[in-house]
Design a protein around this ligand. Structure first.
Ligand SMILES: [Zn+2]
Length: 212
């Protein structure tokens, strides 16, 4: 009967609109922390769709106070059981140091020691000299990703049973990998491929000699 299909659709729409009031978590019970970079398509990278996750993005995909705030809310109150961090190669946060960026702002007349980091919460102040650290630049994406996971795992605001993992999105080949697991390093040289050699110590396949 048609009315059954209509009623079903109305029920589904109501459940979608009233999710928070009904205590329905997102489909995958997932919170994602990802960099804001336009080359990182979060849903595509994770193979998830509409309604599957709460997604938090900032510069770098880093654990900041607001990231902790959001992670705390989703895990403590909205039924989220899993966290995935996505950082990426060629991240803008690796292109300059915090001190350099602070200097650029100072040269524009901005007093970085007198900044309201949260205009709606003036009580939240940075001690003098901390602004550069607050920007949170980093120098190694694999190291940074691992750190973000540890920071979240060690946060007392996030329940201990929440499962937390981190991945790197490679913008150069649009795919996800685990931290420190760069396939390119295993496939571009004979030595990395652990090429079998003869007793005369020459590799069976020597890329350089083949080219010559
Ligand atoms: Zn980035």
């Amino acid at each position: 009967m048609l009315h059954q299909q209509i009623d079903q659709k109305i029920s589904e729409k109501e459940a979608w609109a009233l999710r928070r009031q009904l205590g329905i978590p997102n489909n995958k019970r997932l919170w994602v922390l990802a960099c804001m970079d336009e080359r990182l398509p979060v849903e595509k990278a994770l193979g998830i769709g509409e309604g599957d996750a709460h997604i938090f993005r900032n510069a770098g995909g880093l654990v900041t106070d607001d990231a902790i705030r959001s992670a705390m809310l989703t895990t403590q109150f909205f039924g989220t059981k899993e966290i995935i961090v996505i950082n990426h190669t060629e991240c803008g946060m690796m292109t300059a140091s915090g001190d350099f960026l602070s200097e650029v702002l100072r040269n524009q007349g901005i007093d970085v020691d007198q900044v309201n980091v949260d205009p709606a919460l003036p009580e939240l102040k940075l001690p003098k000299g901390v602004f550069s650290k607050w920007i949170k630049t980093f120098t190694d994406v694999d190291e940074s990703c691992t750190q973000q996971v540890e920071l979240l795992r060690n946060s007392f605001l996030i329940p201990q049973d929440v499962v937390i993992h981190g991945y790197i999105w490679e913008v150069e080949n649009m795919s996800l990998r685990r931290p420190y697991k760069r396939l390119s390093e295993k496939v571009n040289t004979a030595s990395a491929m652990n090429t079998k050699t003869t007793k005369h110590t020459q590799p069976v396949l020597e890329i350089g000699s083949l080219i010559e």
